[in-house]
Design a protein around this ligand. Sequence first.
Ligand code: SF4
Length: 355
Amino acid sequence: MKATFPRFGYDTYVFKTLIEDLGGEVILPPPTSKKTVELGVKHSPELICMPFKITLGNFIEGLEKGADTLLMAAGTRKCRFGYYHFLQEQALERIGKKYRFVSVGQYSPLGFIFHLMPHIFGVSPLRVIRALCVMLEKSAMTHEFRALLNRKRALDFEEAEKLKRPALGIIERANSVSSIRRARNNLRVMFSVDGRKPSVRVGFVGEIFTMIEQGANQDIEKELGRLGVEVVFERSLWHHLRHLLKIDASYFRSEILARRYLKECPGGEAIRTVGESIHFIEHLKVDGLVHVFPFMCMSENIAMEVLQQLSEETHVPVLSLSFDEHTAQTGLLTRLEAFVDLIKRKKRGQRLSRN
Ligand code: SF4
């Protein structure tokens, strides 16, 4: 089996390790680029959300590199994600590509371990459990790496960018629990900031794919780091896996906090977006919130309304940014600069009024 799957930020290497642990060969699609988006857009329904188009582009590029099996996460049918795999399979058939399409249901851990993975890879459930343990360990490392990188970028942007490539090499090569633990310690040393703290911190919230895949958000965390802003976040593959295993305390906290504004779950990730935003403001005391989501995302448009109300009540500025294939980088950078400028002025004003 030569398997490919959509890119998912730094967690792309976590999925690669999982598939290799289960005996598959991985053909990674190239990093998401303008060409990826164009391919996806060309073969997608016009009004479908952006993650569909990008992941379809990833599949086409993976097939062009020689993959014969496509692995795609399957959602529940609370929003369009639940239909992605059906529609993508049809789109690829229309292009005339030869492949095996496997939709990977996420919401039954027992079915995943005892039925789905053994069926796809022809391995025992014990081997699946061992591979999942490595996956959890590695996703915890990529979560920490992203946080370390964001802090270092805000304090020493050039140095952080210089260290990023070797760090990703370390992450890619760490494939066992012990080597991951060693790699994690190395990353802590490499990205150490000697206790310094950036002067501006923003909370990063939104739809999970747009938050995690840099190709979907034009690497907004990097751009904020360039402006001297530390980006704090909670959403990651690690938290998502723990949520699927029902051991993620942060998810339960988000659910409780979000109830102040949302009595029902409107689908997608809206509950987490709202819950994390309240947590970032009340407990982490962030200076602002950056909210990212695909244009046309129903649930995040509902979350955006809530965040506007939250901003009015707490006086914490919120920048909501929707992404589609027409989002231009220049416009995005201008909005980010204006937002950061506003936060810095606000902080200066607060300091002066205190003195
Ligand atoms: S969460 Fe939003 S972007 Fe993701 S599939 Fe659902 S509607 Fe589309």
